[in-house]
Design a binder for this molecule. Structure first.
Ligand code: 1CP
Length: 343
C-alpha cells in the first residue's frame, strides 16, 4: 500500500493532499488526558513505550491522518545528555540551567542512547501497530530551540538567556551546540533505524535572529544533522520547521539541504509557492486558533490553503501545534474537508 504522505515528501503529486497536525496527540483529546492522568511525571510518560504508542495512535484512530508523529518531547535530548528535566503543572518545562563551563561539564554523550532507548521502543511498537498507509514520523528539536530551554532552564519569551550567552561566551555556546548536534543526529538516526519513515526537526524559536547568527545557530547545526543522517539513511526525508524564519525560508531550505519544510501561519502562500515550494515540498500552515473557532470560516481557510498550494507538493498541517482548548469535533470537520479535496 502506498504512503501518500511519504510519497509527497519525496516530491510526488497525487489527486489528494495528505495531512497531519502538529500536537495531534495532546490535551484536546479526552482519551489523551485519560492516559496522561496515569503518569504523574511527563518525562516518565515519554519513556513509557506502551503509553506513548497508545497516545500516538489515538488521533489516527479517531481521524485517519496520513501521518502519525511519535509521542515524545524535544526535551528528551537534554535529559539524555544528563541535564535534569521535569514538567511542572502550570509552569511547563523546567531544567537545571546550563550557564557556564562548570554546569556544562555535567553533560555527556556517553550513555545518551541507553537513556533514551525507550523512545526507540515506542517507534518499534508503532511500526507494528500502524495501518500500512500511515507514515510514521520521528522528530527532534533543532539545536537552537533546544538550547533556549537548556540555557534558560525553562521556556522563555524572547530567549534572552540563550542569545546573551551566545554573544558573551561564543566558545562555550558552540561547544553546547556541537554536543546537541551530535546527540540529535544520533537520536534521529536511531529513530529511523527503529522504523520512522521520515523525521521532522522543530526549530520553533527561530524568529528574529540576526542574519549572521541565523547562519551560525540555525543553518549550520541543522546542516550538520542533515549530513550525518544522510550518511546512514540517504532516502529518508527530513522535514525542517524554522518557525517564524520569514524571509530566511528560501535560504534555510537551500543551505540546510532538508527535503521538505514546514510553513508557519504568517508565511504568505503566493510567496511560498514561488520561492519555497519551487525548491521542496511544503507543509502547513493553518492558524491553530482557526480550529478552535471552527465552522464555515475554518473550512474556507482550509480550502484557501489547499487551492493556493495545489500546483506543487503540499502536506496540509497547522502553522503551529493544536492548543488544548481545540474542540475535537472541529478537528473532525477539518479532516473531512481535507479528505474531500481533490486537485
Ligand atoms: O502535560 C502535557 O500533556 C503537556 C503537553 C505536551 C505535549 C502533548 C508537552 C509539554 N509536550 C507534548 C508532546 C510533544 N511535544 C510532541 C508529540 C506530540 C504531537 O505533536 O502530536 C511534539 C512533537 C513536541 C515538540 C515540542 N515540545 C516543541 C516543538 C513544537 C512546538 O510546539 O513548538 C516544543 C517547543 C516543546 C516544549 C514543550 N513541551 C511541552 C510544552 C508545554 C512545551 C512548550 C513550552 C513553551 O512554550 O516554551
Amino acid at each position: 500500500m502506498t504512503k501518500l504522505l511519504l510519497n509527497t515528501l519525496k516530491g510526488n503529486l497525487s489527486d489528494s493532499v495528505p495531512f497531519w497536525f502538529m500536537r495531534q496527540a495532546g490535551r484536546y483529546l479526552p482519551e489523551y488526558r485519560e492516559v496522561r492522568s496515569t503518569c504523574p511525571s511527563f518525562m516518565d510518560f515519554c519513556y513509557n513505550p506502551e503509553k506513548a504508542c497508545e497516545v500516538t495512535l489515538q488521533p489516527i484512530r479517531r481521524y485517519g491522518m496520513d501521518g502519525a508523529i511519535l509521542f515524545a518531547d524535544i526535551l528528551v535530548v537534554p535529559d539524555g545528555l544528563g541535564q535534569k528535566v521535569w514538567f511542572e503543572t502550570g509552569k511547563g518545562p523546567q531544567l537545571t540551567p546550563i550557564i557556564d563551563q562548570k554546569t556544562f561539564s555535567g553533560l555527556s554523550l556517553d550513555g545518551f542512547d541507553a537513556k533514551v532507548s525507550n523512545v526507540y521502543q515506542t517507534l518499534r511498537l508503532l511500526k507494528n501497530s500502524l495501518p500500512d498507509d500511515v507514515t510514521l514520523l520521528g522528530f527532534a528539536g533543532a539545536p537552537w530551540t533546544v538550547l533556549t530551554y537548556m540555557i534558560a532552564g525553562q521556556g522563555s519569551k524572547d530567549h534572552a538567556a540563550a542569545r546573551q550567552l551566545g554573544y558573551k561566551n561564543p566558545y562555550l555556546f558552540e561547544s553546547m551546540l556541537n554536543m546537541v548536534v551530535d546527540a540529535t543526529a544520533e537520536y534521529l538516526i536511531a529513530q529511523i533505524d527503529a522504523g520512522a519513515d521520515a523525521v521532522q526537526i522543530f526549530d520553533s524559536w527561530s524568529a528574529a535572529i540576526s542574519e549572521k547568527k541565523f547562519q551560525d545557530w540555525i543553518i549550520a547545526p541543522t546542516r550538520a544533522i542533515v549530513d550525518k543522517i544522510r550518511k546512514k539513511h540517504r532516502e529518508t526525508p527530513i522535514i525542517g520547521f524554522p518557525r517564524l524564519a520569514g524571509a530566511q525560508y528560501p535560504n534555510y531550505v537551500k543551505s540546510t539541504g532538508i527535503d521538505a519544510v514546514g510553513l508557519d501561519t504568517g508565511v504568505p502562500l503566493d510567496w511560498a509557492k514561488n520561492y519555497v515550494q519551487s525548491l521542496v515540498p511544503v507543509q502547513g500552515n493553518m492558524d491553530p486558533h482557526h480550529v478552535v473557532a471552527g465552522g464555515k470560516s475554518m473550512v474556507m481557510e482550509a480550502n484557501r490553503i489547499l487551492e493556493a498550494l495545489k500546483d506543487g507538493p503540499h502536506i496540509f498541517n497547522l502553522g503551529h501545534g493544536f492548543v488544548p482548548e481545540t474542540p475535537p469535533e472541529h478537528v473532525a470537520l477539518l479532516c473531512e474537508t481535507l479528505k474531500n479535496f481533490r486537485r
